[in-house]
Design a protein around this ligand. Sequence first.
Ligand SMILES: *Cc1c(COP(=O)(O)O)cnc(C)c1O
Ligand code: SF4
Length: 346
Amino acid sequence: MIPAAPLPTQPRRWQQLWRDAVRDPRELLDLLDLQAHAPAMSPEAAAQFPLRVPRSFVARMRRGDPHDPLLRQVLPLDEELRPAPGFGLDAVGDGAAKAGHGVIRKYTGRALLVATGSCAINCRYCFRRHFPYADETAAAGGWGAALAAIRDDPSIEEVLLSGGDPLSLSTAKLVELTDALRGIPHVRRLRIHTRLPIVLPERVDAELEAWLAALPWPLVVVVHANHANEFDGEVDAAMRRLRAAGALLLNQAVLLKGVNDRVETLAALAERGLAAGVLPYYLHQLDRVAGAAHFEVDDATALALHAALVARQSGYLVPRLVREVAGDASKRALAHPDGRAVPTVA
Ligand SMILES: *Cc1c(COP(=O)(O)O)cnc(C)c1O
Ligand code: SF4
């Protein structure tokens, strides 16, 4: 007798929306009434790192505006192909820091799991354009090697799920991981770094909320929005569900020329985040990855922007301005050339 096949699991709504993402740059330009701007779009850049953007994120872009700050983050442009000295393939030294399959232990007490290589969106400035991480993810092989690496190192108190985007994994797969982590007594905190609640807020469904609510550890979710326009009612609802599940919400942004390199823009981002229950955490200087040079803001400008933020808003609305330097024991705060440290929130 032929054994009954297991019932196929229904794809979740967010998975359908994920698959329905815009991947053709021409379609994106059509949707935004920007057909006339097609010449700036680069098929070569798109071949290097494809366009991918969820439709609900496209809906937050302004029609007819080629400089829209959300559009700039995803549209493949000719500028990416211009060679730029100092911009390479492994900008943050992760190639050297991998301790086990998909586990990066760079900082004391923390293990970062490259849970998966997938994302719902392809951000042009991302190191991921060169690291699809196809063979090195922690989820491979039922999390076995990653769990062993955490179990064997009692100094690891905090597990960070990162990627790619860890919430691109099915909730069942995430449950598998945290069920195993419960058995490791030195793990005391869980942190999730994810852009999905921003770019595909439908990901935060009842199933995800139930998983998070049942976790035994203090939970921090670090989302990633670079501009206030990335928030809308759906994103607010996703943030409410995350908070209802007990998560503390922080935002990390990347300082990007033409996207958020004005003090008003950064202030508006912090304020809009607060309205959704998210406090700023880090403002990153760009990782110097090949193809992203046109997004770079020089350090003097970055410091001046940061100082202006410190001068005008509440301390808790000021992110720490940092850069990741290979070999450092933590993210490095940007410093003034005369050696004064940048004022950051404590
Ligand atoms: C950024 C990062 C962390 C977390 O650093 P925090 O300063 O605690 O946010 C941990 N591990 C790696 C590899 C990182 O890149
Ligand atoms: S969501 Fe994050 S990891 Fe994914 S492409 Fe964007 S910046 Fe990179």
